[in-house]
Design a protein around this ligand. Structure first.
Ligand code: EPU
Length: 432
């Protein structure tokens, strides 16, 4: 087991380079399955979600070459199967994008039900299925498998999503790229990674318009050709480091961002008294004075992102007064609250609402990350807390943050990753 050990209470100073966006990368890698010939993908973050998806494609027969640590060349021409039922699939949410990609390429798909961060309930895929069915697929869910069949391929259709879903928008867009005729997705998600996927597919020869608005029109094409594409910077990674500077105080230049994508986060941090100076592809984040209370409601883009809710909640723990956070996307995304309470945070949760009473300081404690963004929030709590914080469950954090230890050490944080043999390993060593 690996845990992070943080000696907190130090302001952060320096520069942090933002990596490619996880949620764009995990949509673009499955999309490569539909491309004839090699596609070179640049600015891929080195995170375990990416590694797992690449391994799934490899198992299926893809030829994957490492060009450098953030550039891969993926050639899926050799994949002959529309089946991916490996255990690996269950570990990662985005593996369900293989359904859309396989349906597009082969007209059928059989995959294991996806895993990923569990926010305390099931993560439904009814809107994905509704889209595939509207396009002519027969979908069956049995024994943890999703099995889709078509009669000779998909046909374009009009689909109105009942909820704004990133996953359903991506999956339907993938399936529609190679379907016959026009697909219209209404009430589509507008996140930057949706636009990035559309740009990737268009650069390979697809015909997708309207990505970034709530109506996306996909005119199916016969085939997609190889090419080179660079993934956009990660909005949530950038936001996480901005929140870290807000919590610890200091002055950090966040490099390689698209400031427009950060508006919803920058605006909230400014309300809290943080100075943010935009210059080209950088944001300078300065926090010298006390933090002010505010309210936050998470919403689909361009609203405040749910994937920043735990991190900003930790910042609000240190603001003077009472703040209210309302989770507008997930039913239960407050599993981290009990852990942060061990560090002195005062948060009361009632359904989707958290009431946060600001405290003067947090104190270090042993805590466990229950999911990716909650883990990031614990890192932030540890960085600003007095004393030592030990975080377990860091495999969640490493699903989505490239080189988090190195990046934080680069701005003066006292954080290290420590390998602790678990009891079973100890026992087997003792026996030996
Ligand atoms: N929903 C349905 N039916 C569906 C799909 C979704 O009811 O068929 C509901 C969900 O229960 C939720 C809401 O719609 O209440 C939004 O879910 P969405 O489908 O947008 O989420 P997702 O595609 O499963 C992606 C990100 C998440 C992020 C959400 C919301 C990826 C791989 N994951 O998940 O990111 O929280 O969008 O923005 O893109 C993370 O990066 O930490 C993460 C969890």
């Amino acid at each position: 087991m690996t845990k992070y050990v943080i000696n907190g209470g130090k302001p952060l100073y320096g520069e942090i380079d933002i990596s490619g966006a996880k949620n764009a990368a995990v949509a673009i890698i499955p999309a490569a399955l539909m491309v004839d010939g090699p596609c070179r993908i640049e600015n891929l973050p080195q995170i375990s979600d990416v590694t797992m998806l690449l391994n799934i494609l490899k198992e299926m027969g893809a030829d994957i070459r490492t060009i450098n640590k953030n550039t891969m060349e993926i050639d899926c021409s050799g994949i002959k199967t529309a089946e991916a039922t490996f255990d690996m699939m269950r570990k990662i949410r985005a593996s369900y994008y293989l359904i859309g990609a396989m349906l597009g390429r082969f007209g059928k798909a059989k995959v294991a039900m996806p895993g990923g961060c569990n926010f305390g309930g099931v993560r439904p895929i009814d809107q994905h299925i509704k889209g595939f069915e509207a396009m002519g697929a027969e979908v069956e869910l049995t024994n943890g498998l999703v099995n889709c069949e078509t009669n000779g391929g998909l046909k374009g259709a009009s689909i109105f999503l009942d909820v704004v879903s990133v996953g359903a928008t991506v999956n339907i867009m993938l399936a529609a790229a190679l379907a016959e005729g026009m697909t219209v997705i209404e009430n589509a998600a507008r996140e930057p990674h949706i636009v990035d996927l559309a740009n990737f597919l268009n650069s390979m020869g697809a015909d997708i318009r309207g990505a970034g608005t709530n109506v996306i029109k996909v005119r199916g094409v016969k085939s997609l050709r190889g090419g080179t594409y660079a993934v956009i910077p990660d909005q949530i990674e950038a936001g996480t480091y901005m929140a870290a500077v807000a919590a610890t105080g200091g002055d950090v230049l966040i490099k390689n961002v698209i400031p427009k994508h950060m508006d919803c986060i920058s605006g909230k941090l400014r309300e809290m008294g943080v100075t943010i100076v935009e210059n080209g592809e950088t944001l300078r984040v300065i926090r010298k004075s006390a933090l002010k209370r505010t309210n936050v409601k998470t919403l689909p883009y361009p609203g405040f992102p749910t994937d920043m809710q735990p991190q900003v909640a930790v910042v609000l723990c240190l603001a003077k007064g009472t703040s209210i956070v309302t989770e507008g996307v997930w039913d239960n995304r407050y599993k981290y609250v009990d852990e942060i309470a061990k560090m002195g945070a005062k948060i009361k949760v009632e359904g989707r609402v958290a009431v946060i009473e600001g405290v003067d300081m947090l104190t270090g404690a042993p805590v466990t990350a229950p999911d990716l963004r909650a883990g990031a929030a614990m890192v932030i709590a540890g960085l600003c807390a007095e004393g030592t914080t030990e975080i377990e469950g860091v495999h969640y954090i490493e699903r989505g943050y490239e080189a988090i230890i190195e990046k934080l050490r680069g701005v003066g944080a006292d954080i290290k990753s420590v390998y602790v043999p678990d009891e079973q390993e100890n026992e087997s060593r003792d026996v030996g």
